[in-house]
Structure formats: structure tokens, C-alpha cells
Ligand binder design. Sequence first.
Ligand code: BDR
Ligand code: CA
Length: 315
Amino acid sequence: MKMILDLDTGVDDTLAIAYALGSPEVDLIGITGTYGNVLMEQGVRNALAITELLGHPEVPVYKGLPHASTKDSFEVMPISAFIHGENGIGDVDIPDATRDAQTDSAVDFIIDAAKTYGKDLVIVPTGPQTNLAAALRKAPEIKDEIGREVLMGGALTVPGNVNAWTEANISQDPDAANFVFRSGIPATMVGLDVTLQTLLTYKETQRWRDLGTAAGKALADITDFYIKAYETTAPYLGGCGLHDPLAVGVAVDPTLVTLLPINMKVDVEGATRGRTIGNEEELTNPVKTMDVAVGVDVPRFLNEFMTRITNLAAQ
Ligand code: BDR
Ligand code: CA
């Protein structure tokens, strides 16, 4: 399959890149940059550097929109810097990339890729869906051309992680998420319902460090920063949430999760702005364009995650 990762490249976005690059089923045709864990420009720098560190300088990286269309600017929240580091990659120093971002925009790249690859294309947003919403507004026909969107975001059966009703990625641009969900694009929502069940500990990151490679050490150091933050913000979990790599895992193999077909919407007004919830107008529509992951085979996913990323980092 052809894959586009749309990332606000923080720590788990980095692990999503590693999962995709470690998957023989995936041809990663590009990374598009969004904002959230870091500013869009910093996320793009991180994606360029991480792909090179992992031995894949051929992956093109595109700059996306720097903030939601309803806002004039975007500022990184202090909690994001606490969880992902000021630089988004656990304040670990890795070599700067030797190449630059592409000159085409992320939005145009997404549209062109949909037209070129059609049903073979999967887009995996692991930040706010601002870029995909803009692509769908500019070229609405791509909703029928793209194979599927598999997004990390939202929560159906559990509370949010920003507040009781909002998950971080959706909270950054609820209007974009609502537009994408209601557009009719085939979409799978991989939200907190499942991503907070897939946890990583220092034991696994040590395996990467033990490889004795630059990539293994960097991935271990970057992820340890994130595990440490989870020890403060969610000590009851006993590890860090593998949010973004699980979305890649589901794109590669949907049988890793139990899927509930249900057309979703996002509350864009009132006190619950940012809540992902079933679209009541669509509940009796037999045509479901969306699935929500409501269960996950944790041991199988963790095994896939470790095998793919360890093999990649060993090279
Ligand atoms: C999501 O928010 C971001 O901080 C993470 O990278 C992930 O995409 C989890 O709610
Ligand atoms: Ca992310």
C-alpha cells in the first residue's frame, strides 16, 4: 500500500514513522507536516531528521498548514513540551537532516497522491486533521478516490486526555475533524479507547539501546523521555501510550483491532467542543463510511511493533 503520514512529529509520531518504515507492506510515499506537539516547522525538521536517522532519506517531507483555519496562529502548550520535549523528540540531539522539505504544499501533495494512487493510498493523520480537511475542501472528489483514512484521534467509550471529553489531536482543530468525519471519506478512528491499552516500558526501549546502533540508541532515548512524562501524568498506566504507531499498525493490518462501524461527528459548539461522538443523523443509515476501533489485540500489536522497529533500528 502507498501511505502518507500526516504528523505533528513528537515522540509517538516518531515511532509511527519507524513502524511504517519497518513494514514491508508499506511504501511511505511522503510525510506531511502538521502542528500540535510542536510547531509545524519543527515537526517537519524532526520528520526529515528521523527518516534520515532510520536510513530513509528518500522519503519526501512536505510543509502543511501551521494552524487551524479558525485561528490566526498556533502556540505549543506547555504540557506538550513536557510530554514530547521542547524539540518534540524528547530533547534528544540527533543530526540535522541533510535535505530540505519539498517546495509543494502538503495539501497539494495529498490531492495529487489521491489522484495518482487512488484506492491504494492510505493517509494516516496522527495530529489535527487540518491538512486533510483543506485537501477535501479544495478537491472534494478525493473522498471517493483515496483508499482510506486511518487517524489517531478522539475517544468513543473513554474520556479525553485534554479534558473529560476531548482528545489532544481533535482538540487542536475540532472543525477540521468534523469536516473530515462528515465528508464521507472511508475512515477508521483509532482513538484513546485502544491506544491507552498499548503501552511501552523501559524494558522494551532497552532492547533498542542494546542493538548498539545510532538509530537504536536515539529511539530508546527519545522514547524514554516520553515514558518518564507518563510516569508523572498517568502513573496508573505503567507505560507510555503507543497512540500514533497503533494507527499505522491498523492501517497495515486492521485485524489488530475490533472495529465498530459507526458514522461519527465532532461537537464544534458549546461546552463539549472537541467531543467525538456518533452522528445521530446517520445512526440508522445502513451505509457506514467510518469504523471506530473499540478493542485491540495488545500482545499481537506489541509483538508487531517491537519486531518491525527493532529490525529497522538494527540496520
Ligand atoms: C495524540 O496527541 C499527541 O500528543 C500524540 O502525538 C498523539 O497523536 C494522543 O492524544
Ligand atoms: Ca501525534
